[in-house]
Design a protein around this ligand. Structure first.
Ligand code: PMP
Length: 353
């Protein structure tokens, strides 16, 4: 396999296989980079954010799901007809369901039973089997455990293992980061800072590795919910409402020693920011996108206001219509969103897209 890092598309890196034959790569990646203009306490600022709902199933997770499957086919560990089984809190499940069905695989998803109604119905709509796991049965960690046990029951089960698979971070290192580099280069900019909420950690690890080759002084900040500081404490603490990040443990994909200071966002603040993006700018994003934007804005202030700070708008609001994202959220002391006036955005297309 050609592991060249740089501005390339997946089909040129892995030239054969079913994803390539079906043109799936045309439906994944090459998303716009938004230059978001805003004011904080009246001071004009900007951040750059990847608009990931433009992927096949509407989230950033399509990138790593497709890359894991493409590599597995290439290595011969995934064969036609194999069951794809994964533990996931949502978006990954939707990605593996869609890609799995597109490639003719049965899909089985293990997930905590408190995930939003939309996520469950979405996964069911692909004809996938859902195994709900209660808090008493171990919640997220219990889901992973049960999924691993299922794989031992039959020879034709493929486990993507997103929390430990190196292809996860690699998808962002090879492709998401290459797009960001190209898009910023169109503006004659290089990234100074990247901020991304940690679910598996694939996004922040992949982006930090690749973007440090563009700017060796790049700061890469993992983000977690203030209410549930798993990265800071190493264990499950508290509860939070930012679905998709902070899954109760530090995944093997995450190497905190390669990253800079952990930043956090309150879940209520993330909800308010996501609501504001939708109301003020028409950007209908999910809760983790609001959190990422808060983290990015914090780093803009911490670095003097001029740094080129990049973050991710991971998915759309569609999977959260039954959650607090679509209810009145109280403003609390210490929140960022009341200090921020969102002004405008401009989409920078991927020149290689
Ligand atoms: N936001 C959302 C909505 C997600 O689904 C995920 C993935 N779990 C993330 C953020 C975090 O991405 P990563 O797994 O690459 O850390």
């Amino acid at each position: 396999m050609n592991d060249t890092v740089g501005p390339c598309r997946p089909e040129t890196t892995l030239p054969s296989g079913p994803l390539h034959e079906r043109g799936i790569w045309a439906m994944i990646g090459n998303t716009p980079l938004l230059e978001l203009r805003y004011k904080v306490d009246g001071r004009p600022r900007r951040v750059f954010a990847k608009y990931e709902q433009r992927n096949m199933t509407g989230s950033i997770k399509d990138r790593m799901a497709a890359w894991i499957l493409a590599k597995a086919y290439h290595a011969g560990v995934l064969r036609p007809g194999d069951v794809i089984a994964e533990a996931t809190s949502g978006n990954t499940g939707v990605s593996f369901c869609a890609l799995g069905r597109a490639l003719g695989h049965p899909v089985r998803i293990y997930m905590p039973d408190w995930m939003s109604r939309e996520r469950v119905d979405l996964i069911k709509s692909f004809g996938a089997e859902i195994v709900p796991v209660s808090r008493e049965a171990g919640g997220f960690l219990g889901s992973i455990d049960q999924c691993e046990k299922f794989a031992c029951t039959g020879p034709r089960v493929f486990l993507p293992r997103q929390f430990e698979n190196v292809a996860n971070a690699e998808a962002h290192e090879l492709f998401t980061a290459a797009e960001i580099e190209r898009q910023l280069a169109c503006e004659r900019l290089v990234p100074d800072v990247v901020v991304a909420g940690v679910g598996t950690g694939g996004t922040i690890m992949g982006l930090s590795r690749a973007l440090r080759r563009v700017n060796p002084r790049l700061k890469a900040h993992p983000l977690e919910p203030a209410e549930s500081p798993t990265l800071r404490t190493g264990k499950k603490v508290g509860k939070h409402r930012i679905q998709g990040i902070s899954d109760e443990f530090i995944p093997a994909v995450v190497h905190l020693d390669e990253l800079d200071e952990i930043v956090d966002a309150h879940d209520g603040d993330a909800i308010l920011m996501a609501q504001a993006l939708c109301r003020s700018l028409g950007l209908a994003v999910g809760i983790s996108s609001g959190a990422n934007l808060i983290g990015a804005m914090q780093r803009v202030e911490a670095t003097g206001g001029d740094a080129v700070v990049v973050t991710i708008l991971c998915d759309s609001n569609k999977k959260y219509l039954s959650t607090d994202l679509c209810r009145e959220e109280p403003v609390r002391e210490g929140y960022w969103s009341p200090r921020v006036e969102l002004c405008s955005f401009r989409a920078i297309p991927d020149p290689a897209g």
